[in-house]
Design a protein around this ligand. Structure first.
Ligand code: NAG
Ligand code: NAG
Length: 334
């Protein structure tokens, strides 16, 4: 009986500290970074899914589901929609594919619950192939990404290391050039590409994090860092909620204040998923221009008036740093 009372009391204390379980799908108005236990997160169909940030990690699962299961799918102008698989360690899969050894390499990495079929992949693949002749390689890490959020977070470093080792093998085998390599990751995928870049010795020309995931990443040494590539940028659209607000890149863009609600959005699900769409538009048109901010609060209030710098785009040798704000439209092409 006393034990039961203790359990009830403990549950009451837990609820009073972390707040009640949120009940309106997609409504993260309750969420306090670093304190709240529950958050609505976008799943691969951009539907809200309730995540318990205290869910236990299944270490056994991470032994069998890890970066060794990553798959790499090549798209080029010769095969823009039917991918060819490149198998790490099997050079013939490169020679028998449409891989262009002297062309830029774009690596795309999906987020939590995603796969090669995630919406961001055709969106960004078609945008890149429309504006440049290049190799687009879509990473599929669905095994780890498909676990509960906490498990997926814990699996990110290993998945990223495998991506990094795959790239080292690819560049070496094709006698390629790191100055041609651009990594792009969305949400949890942003931290995957950070770890991948680090594994290669920070050699990729460019690393782009699209609304890098926030929950469990604020004081996480495995998060995307400004040193993970020659140039690292982040585009923040749902800061303090599903995305991280911290300026973790060399250049950090905060469209419309970098937070929910983005124009035309009514919740955090939409604001988070706005990041790949905005990036796709900058690849195609390259006309979203940030203004340098004095600090993050200026970015947040969308009142930056400093020097100009283009957000996103496909330019491989892009360089810059600082915090940038800009306004966008509410619908494509924003
Ligand atoms: C690079 O490729 C060469 C053969 O082209 C191979 O002998 C060497 O082991 C490779 N190095 C790495 C780090 O993969
Ligand atoms: C941010 O910069 C603006 C403009 O220089 C300044 O007025 C404001 O006090 C700064 N805010 C913080 C929190 O430093």
């Amino acid at each position: 009986m006393i034990k039961l009372l203790l359990i009830v009391w403990a549950a009451f204390v837990a609820v009073s500290h972390a707040g009640p379980v949120p009940s309106v799908p997609g409504d993260n108005s309750h969420y306090v970074e670093g304190e709240s236990r529950y958050i609505w997160m976008s799943d691969d169909d951009t539907e809200p899914r309730l995540v318990d940030l205290q869910e236990p990690v299944d270490e056994d699962l991470l032994l069998t589901r890890n970066g060794a299961n990553n798959q790499y799918w090549l798209y080029t102008r010769s095969n823009p929609t039917n991918p060819q698989q490149i198998v790490h360690g099997n050079a013939n899969t490169i020679w028998n594919s449409n891989y262009g050894t002297n062309l830029p390499v774009k690596i795309l990495v999906h987020g939590w619950t995603g796969s090669m079929n995630s919406g961001m992949n055709p969106l960004l693949t078609s945008a890149f192939l429309a504006v440049m002749n290049c190799n687009v390689i879509v990473v599929d890490w669905r095994g780890v990404a498909g676990g509960n959020y906490v498990n997926a977070v814990n699996g990110v470093p290993n998945v990223g290391q495998h991506v990094g080792n795959f790239l080292t093998w690819l560049i070496n085998t094709t006698r390629g050039n790191w100055n041609n390599v651009h990594l792009v990751g969305f949400s949890l995928g942003a931290h995957v590409v950070g770890n991948a870049g680090r594994t290669t010795g920070n050699r990729p020309a460019r690393v782009t994090g699209l609304d890098p995931a926030g929950p469990l990443w604020h004081s996480n040494g495995n998060a995307l860092r400004a040193s993970d590539g020659q140039y690292v940028e982040a585009i923040h659209t749902d800061g303090y909620l599903q995305g991280i607000m911290t300026a973790i890149g060399q250049a950090n863009f905060y469209p419309n204040g970098g937070r929910n609600p983005q124009p035309g959005c009514s919740d955090s699900i939409c604001s988070h998923d706005r990041a790949p769409s905005l990036f796709a538009v900058t690849i195609r048109y390259n006309r979203h221009i940030g203004r340098l901010c004095a600090n993050l609060s200026q970015a947040q209030s969308n009142s930056c008036t400093g020097s100009t710098f283009h957000m996103g785009n496909s330019i491989i040798n892009k360089r810059g740093n600082g915090i940038y704000g800009l306004q966008t439209g509410a619908s494509w092409p924003y």
